[in-house]
Design a protein around this ligand. Structure first.
Ligand code: HMG
Length: 411
């Protein structure tokens, strides 16, 4: 127990910490993406299902979905997204790796540990996995920001990586996708300085879930759309009550995008709640720069909103000094609304060429091949299984042995 003078010293220390953290600017120093090897155009799916392709292209706002190669998984996507960040900044200041996913590959070991190993990160970094549907990338980012605020000499590698998979011929099928976004969180960030306030919302609601024994998600599509909007408007109200910026002070908002039309629906609803109503087409125009990548890769769950942020940064040249909103939603459900200020010179830190190249390099497949890939399941017999060499990404899943996944650098 501290004596009186000890307590006084502690109080002084606490004040010193809070004074120092309030002046540290913390946020995203670098952001990098990776997506799956294959692409299925939604026109192909529409033709197979005998429905008007406009339902997908216009109705849900999706053109294609990314699919992983046989030798890709959330770990290889994550490592491929993070590698360029390490090449640019080195790893010596990284003390924490936060891996956000709902496509976990193990019930016990954090998938981030495999990523840590593939990337050759220092042993003096902690690694953990976070889960709450599509929301956990945002939890990781906020936790990372707090770690850096506590000790600005440290950096945190946050990676959101997922493969969105629904049953064949189900309502969710056209909204599948795959992708990873890695972010380096640091003091004095080059890309986006995070505001210290945010709004949060949790409600137990069965809109979308995936029991441990299923490899495809279950969803009540219509309920999920309502749940998304309710949670997001709840988080927005909380954001405003905690010092959040006014709606009209945000240059734009990056929404979680299970399909791009969902972002437009959410924006219309949020604008209404914020007292600044907009028509659908105006909302679509206001968000257009945030939608380019997601329209082509589909839902990447935890990575989806951050693909939206990457799209915005890569397509808007006039954002320096402006505030942007970030609207995160994960079914089940948790939502967070937060914001940040885009830093001067952000364009020179961008990775538009790499992200576009990753999307354009995908191998377009036909329906039969897609179906064959979809029907593949992870072997559960504990035997030796070598996987075909398909992906051109820097890392691959070589196979399985004794219930273990074997990863390697791609030759
Ligand atoms: P559905 O029943 O296939 O489609 O479900 P629909 O009949 O509702 O039509 C969709 C839209 O297309 C409608 O537009 C139609 O009018 C339009 P809206 O009225 O909504 O604006 N349409 C057409 N437009 C042009 N030409 C045509 C045409 N025909 C119809 N010919 C649904 C769609 C999204 C529900 C389904 O795909 C689904 O269940 N998806 C999965 C769930 C989902 O993405 N939910 C989103 C919110 S939950 C969330 O974001 C969390 C999540 O990411 C998971 C996580 O957190 O981990 C999913």
């Amino acid at each position: 127990m501290p004596d009186r003078s000890g307590r006084a010293r502690e109080e002084k220390d606490v004040r010193a910490i809070s004074t120092s953290t309030s002046t540290v600017s913390v946020g995203i120093h670098d952001i990098s993406t990776a997506t799956g090897h294959y692409a299925l155009p939604l026109e192909t799916l529409a033709a197979q299902q005998g429905i008007d392709p406009q339902k997908f292209l216009v109705g849900i706002g999706q053109e294609a979905m990314s699919l992983p190669a046989e030798d890709e998984d959330p770990v290889t996507l994550a490592a491929s997204a993070a590698a360029p960040i390490l090449a640019r900044h080195g790893a010596e200041n990284i003390r924490t790796v936060l891996f956000a996913t709902e496509t976990g590959v193990d019930q016990s070991t954090a998938a981030g540990v495999y990523v840590h190993s593939l990337l050759g990160l220092p042993h003096t970094a902690r690694t953990v996995e976070l889960k709450q549907a599509c929301y956990s990338g945002t939890a990781a980012l906020q936790f990372a920001a707090n770690l850096v605020a506590r000790d600005p000499s440290q950096q945190v590698l946050v990676i959101a990586s997922d493969i969105a998979r629904y049953a064949l011929d189900s309502g969710g099928e056209p909204t599948q996708g795959a992708g990873a976004v890695a972010m380096l969180v640091a003091a004095d960030p080059a890309v986006l300085e995070l505001d210290p306030f945010s709004g949060v919302y949790t409600r137990d609601i069965p809109d979308f879930w995936r029991p441990n024994y299923l490899s495809t998600a279950l969803v009540d599509g219509k309920l999920s759309i309502r749940a998304y909007i309710d949670a997001l408007t709840g988080a927005w109200r909380d954001y405003r009550e905690h010092g959040g910026r006014a709606f009209e002070d945000l240059a734009t908002i990056c929404y979680h995008q299970p399909f791009t039309k969902m972002a437009v629906k959410a924006h219309v609803a949020l604008a209404e709640v914020a007292g600044q109503p907009v028509e659908k087409d105006v909302a679509a125009a206001q968000l257009a720069d945030t939608l380019h990548y997601n329209r082509l890769i589909g839902n990447s769950y935890t990575a989806s909103m951050y693909y939206g942020l990457a799209s915005l940064l890569d397509h808007r040249e006039d954002l320096a000094g402006q505030a942007v909103g970030l609207a995160s939603y994960g079914s089940g459900s948790v939502s967070e609304f937060f914001s940040g200020t885009v830093r001067d010179g952000y364009r020179s830190h961008g990775r538009a060429a790499e992200t576009r190249a990753g999307i354009e390099a995908r191998e377009v497949i036909d329906y039969a091949r897609y179906r064959e890939l979809h029907e593949r399941e992870v072997p559960v017999d504990g035997g030796e299984h070598e996987l075909p060499r398909v992906t051109r990404a820097p890392f691959r899943l070589a196979g399985y042995s004794g219930h273990r996944r074997l990863y390697e650098r791609n030759a």
